[in-house]
Design a protein around this ligand. Structure first.
Ligand SMILES: Nc1ncnc2c1ncn2[C@@H]1O[C@H](COP(=O)(O)OP(=O)(O)OP(=O)(O)O)[C@@H](O)[C@H]1O
Ligand SMILES: [Mg+2]
Length: 278
């Protein structure tokens, strides 16, 4: 029998191993290990306080774990300014509260980091920013200030701003939870478009309908641990652990009792986790 050629397994884009993080005496990440391959879309869900934001902040170098390793595209994220700089350029992050500079136009918000961090010439940075603003359907708003935009538009600017640094992976921390229901869809559609274009992403969200449609893999966290992970259908239809079963039943109950107008966002399915599902 002829031997099939063997290929070494592709190196994951993100490799997290045995991460531990304490805030004072609170053990907020407990031996968290996670790998994410290029082009994979991972949704992280779990009750409030389970460590989801802390995990993303560690991946972006905004928080430092006390132990464990994070390797992003072959570079270990160590506690040094240089290593953080390298990793931050590879990792785009979008927060719940858009964090745009209010005194700067949309265009200036988008060109600030490329000019100062990437040392891009201004004209090239503006051209690239307009490309990304077009991608989020906001090129006509380039010269407005954030206060002149809706929440959904501001969040789309935040996404465009992150894309201007050409990151290898995008992290989203509840990108729609500060938005009015009618604006949720426009932001999720943009994230879906990025996913379909092959962007590697980790998205913390309470939008379970989106999670089911968009994710290759769902990671469920509780009390600082990754309790269970798997394909969306498996996680939703046959959760293995009692903790995930409980989380999903509370999530579905919350969705069932939410007001009808809550789901006015069209294709966003009525499966929205409550913020406090513990
Ligand atoms: N800077 C901090 N100082 C002290 N404790 C913190 C700090 N940041 C987070 N924590 C605690 O760490 C735990 C995990 O917080 P984290 O924000 O990661 O949770 P989360 O899963 O993102 O929750 P949520 O769904 O509410 O956003 C919580 O108990 C929180 O109170
Ligand atoms: Mg959080």
């Amino acid at each position: 029998m002829s031997e099939l050629p063997t290929h070494p397994p592709a190196q994951p884009l993100i490799a997290v191993s045995e991460l531990n993080k304490w805030h004072g005496t609170a053990h907020v990440l407990r031996n968290v290990s996670l790998t994410v391959n290029a082009h994979e879309r991972v949704v992280v869900c779990g009750p409030s306080g389970s460590g989801k934001s802390t995990l993303l902040r560690c991946l972006n170098g905004l928080d430092s774990p006390q132990s464990g390793r994070i390797v992003i595209d072959g570079t270990e994220l160590r506690d040094t300014t240089a290593a953080r700089g390298i990793v931050r350029r590879e990792v785009g992050m979008v927060f719940q509260s858009f964090n745009l500079f209010p005194h700067m136009t949309v265009l200036d918000n988008c060109t600030l980091a490329p000019i100062w961090v990437r040392k891009m010439p201004k004209a090239a940075a503006e051209e690239s920013a307009l490309t990304q603003l077009t991608r989020v359907h906001l090129s006509a708003h380039a010269h407005k200030y954030p206060s002149e935009l809706s929440g959904g538009e501001q969040q789309r600017v935040a996404i465009a701003r992150a894309l201007c640094l050409a990151p290898k992976v995008m992290l989203f921390d509840e990108p729609t939870s500060a938005l009015d229901p009618e604006m949720i869809k426009e932001v999720l559609d943009i994230i879906m478009g990025l996913a379909e274009a092959g962007m590697t992403m980790i998205c913390v969200t309470h939008e379970m309908g989106f999670a089911r449609r968009a994710a290759d893999r769902i990671v469920f966290m509780d009390r600082g641990e990754i309790v269970e992970q798997g394909a969306p259908d498996q996680m939703f239809d046959s959760p293995k652990t009692e903790r995930l079963q409980l989380f999903l039943s509370r999530t579905l109950n919350a969705a069932a009792t939410a007001p009808r107008e809550f789901f006015a966002a069209g294709s966003v399915q009525p499966l929205h986790a409550s913020r406090n599902t513990r």
